[in-house]
Structures are given as structure tokens and as C-alpha cells.
Write a protein that binds this ligand. Structure first.
Ligand code: TXA
Ligand code: MG
Length: 326
């Protein structure tokens, strides 16, 4: 979208949070920090605000938004919590978990935000600035990741500004995102629980609470918007991404993991997600390092193999979408 708004940068202090809440109450767009990634917030009950949010991101209309609330009680007023949803909320809220639940009758969230579905995606973030903002705004806040649609998610106020400056009203700067990967999305309905998107809470941690999980997440390449973060090409930098790379080819940038040096050519630029091979550190660095390497102009970013256990599942998920054909 062409830049038409003046984007204010606000500090995440009480005055900044109050100013940001005021913008939200008036139907404006505010990017704010969460522990996963920065979100682009709008009043969930204001259809016009939601429409302008889709426009600012360049997001396809069919892609529904996560509704952020400050407490589990507020969430219960919007979605129907069965036993499994209650167990997961008790274990992981506030935190990097999104629950997709049947929409409660009278749920005031705009139909546009739900893309006409009969379900609602709910999250209670742990980040104190996010919770204070939602509380001060006094309403549910929809917030997709604060990046241009399809691009790498934003884990700092700087990233948000690179993608959305001039298209939104304010950025609440709360420093870098601690986790660096989006929330895990779990759909709970009619006694089943399925992971729709791997994320900041591992499959193992969720299975440990529920005892069992229904079928695996949708396979790569699915184009139906069951959770459109699952579109094959998503989270994509401008450069091509080559995953599970055994060596560096001439002209490539290198995104490493672990202590081993890559074989092959000398990379034109290099970053290491975690020299110690720590998956949480790698998650926190993922989007920042992809953006850095992308800015060098290298045509391809080769990425070291990442193990698939724990948070590795979500890291591999984001990387394979970044690598998918566009
Ligand atoms: O960590 C996060 O989840 C971040 C922070 C800002 O909270 N938000 C985020 O939002 O990642 P977004 O819009 O980038 O991704 C939300 C995903 C999309 O893939 C969307 O399709 C899916 O959630 N989603 C939302 N509502 C849904 C629903 N009712 N059923 C299935 N999927 C849904
Ligand atoms: Mg996103």
C-alpha cells in the first residue's frame, strides 16, 4: 500500500502505552511487542479498523486474524472452551499459544477479522507491554505479525518500521522479541485437538498436557486457508532460501547452526543462529538473521540442517516456507 500515514514511534512506558491504546480505541493501527513476534494491532470489534489493517499489510482477505485478550475470562466470552482448551489455557496462558475454538454466540469480533469462519483464534500474550496495551484499550485486539503479508516476521521495532512505516499510525517499541517465533496454533473442537501451526511451544509440551494429539499439521503445499500461515510460500525474504545445505555454493550467503564450519565456497555473508546449537537461541535469531542476510543482496541464502525436535519443528517449518517456490 502507498504510504499515507505518519508513523509515530512510542516508547513502551506508561505514557506511550496510553497513547497507543488511544490510537487503537479510535480505530487506528498500532504495532506492539509480544514475546513471540511484533503484532500489528487493531480494534477487533471495529470492521473499518480491521479492513485498514488488511490493507496496510497487503494481506489476502480470506486470512483470519488472531484475537488477543488480556485474560482467560475475556477469552471465554469469545470462544467455547471444552476440556482440552481449558487444560491448554491453564498450562500455557499467558504465553505463545493460540487456541482456535468454536466462536461463542454474540462474539463481538468483526466477521472480516474471522474471515467469515465459525471459529475464533484466541491468544493471551505474556508480554507485559502487550497485556497493558490490551487492558488500556479496553477491548479485544486483532494482531497479525507486523510484517508485509508473506514477508519475514518482525522481531523488533526496526523490522516493523522497515515493512510498514507510513502505512500504520504507531509502533510501540518494547525491544527485541524474546522467543522470535510465532505462537503454536492448536484447534480444539468436539473433543479433538490438532496443531495447525508449530510455534513457540513444542509439540512435545502440548502432548504432555493432553496425553494425545490428533493428526499432524497440514502438509506443505496446502493452499486452502485452514491456517493461511500454512500457505506453502510464506515468511519469505527476497533471496532464495536453500535448506538442509551441506555446503556453500559460490555467491551464496550462509545461515549456520552449531559449531561446524560449512564446506564449499566462502560465503558472501554469514550468520550463525546458535553456535552452541541451542534451538531457543536459534528461534530468537531466525527472522533477524534472515533479514540481515537478505539485505546483503545475496541471491541465495543456504541454511545449515536444523534438528526437528522441540522448537526445531517450528524453525524448520518457517524455513521450508521461506524456501518454497513463489
Ligand atoms: O505469535 C503470534 O501468533 C503472532 C503474534 C502477533 O501474536 N501473530 C501471528 O499472526 O502470527 P498471523 O496473522 O501472522 O498468523 C495467524 C495465523 C494465520 O495463519 C491464520 O490463518 C491463522 O492464524 N488463523 C487465524 N484464525 C484462524 C481460524 N479461525 N482458524 C484457523 N486458522 C486461523
Ligand atoms: Mg504472519
Amino acid at each position: 500500500m502507498s504510504p499515507v500515514r505518519t508513523t509515530r514511534i512510542l516508547h513502551a512506558d506508561p505514557a506511550g502505552i496510553e497513547a497507543a491504546a488511544d490510537v487503537l480505541r479510535r480505530g487506528g493501527l498500532v504495532a506492539f511487542p509480544t514475546e513471540t513476534v511484533y503484532g500489528l494491532g487493531a480494534d477487533a470489534t471495529n470492521g473499518r479498523a480491521v479492513a485498514s489493517l488488511y490493507e496496510a499489510k497487503g494481506r489476502p482477505r480470506f486470512n483470519p486474524l488472531i484475537v488477543h485478550v488480556a485474560t482467560i475470562d475475556a477469552a471465554r466470552r469469545l470462544g467455547v472452551f471444552e476440556a482440552q482448551a481449558e487444560q491448554l489455557a491453564a498450562a500455557f496462558w499467558p504465553g505463545p499459544l493460540t487456541l482456535v475454538l468454536p466462536k461463542r454466540e454474540g462474539c463481538p469480533v468483526s466477521d472480516l477479522a474471522l474471515a467469515g469462519l465459525d471459529s475464533v483464534a484466541l491468544r493471551v500474550p505474556a508480554h507485559l507491554v502487550a497485556r497493558a496495551l490490551i487492558e488500556r484499550a479496553g477491548r479485544a485486539i486483532v494482531a497479525p505479525s507486523a510484517n508485509r503479508s508473506g514477508h519475514v516476521s518482525a522481531t523488533s521495532a526496526d523490522h516493523v518500521a522497515q515493512d510498514l512505516s507510513g502505512c500504520i499510525d504507531a509502533i510501540l517499541d518494547g525491544g527485541p522479541s524474546e522467543i522470535g517465533l510465532e505462537s503454536t496454533i492448536v484447534a480444539c473442537r468436539a473433543g479433538t485437538a490438532r496443531i495447525l501451526r508449530p510455534g513457540g511451544i513444542s509439540r512435545q509440551a502440548i502432548a504432555a498436557i493432553l496425553g494425545k494429539l490428533d493428526a499432524a499439521p497440514a502438509s506443505l503445499g496446502e493452499s486452502k486457508p485452514r491456517a493461511p500461515g500454512l500457505l506453502a510460500s510464506h515468511y519469505a525474504p527476497r533471496a532464495r532460501v536453500r535448506i538442509d545445505a551441506a555446503e556453500v555454493k559460490p555467491g551464496e550467503a550462509w545461515l549456520g547452526f552449531g559449531a561446524a564450519r560449512p564446506a564449499g565456497a566462502a560465503p558472501v555473508a554469514a550468520q550463525n543462529l546458535s553456535p552452541a546449537g541451542d534451538l531457543a537461541e536459534a528461534a530468537a535469531n531466525l527472522f533477524t538473521m534472515l533479514r540481515k542476510l537478505d539485505r546483503t543482496g545475496a541471491p541465495t541464502i543456504a541454511v545449515a540442517p536444523i534438528p526437528a525436535d522441540g522448537l526445531g519443528e517450528a524453525i524448520r517449518d518457517r524455513l521450508s516456507r521461506a524456501a518454497a517456490d513463489r
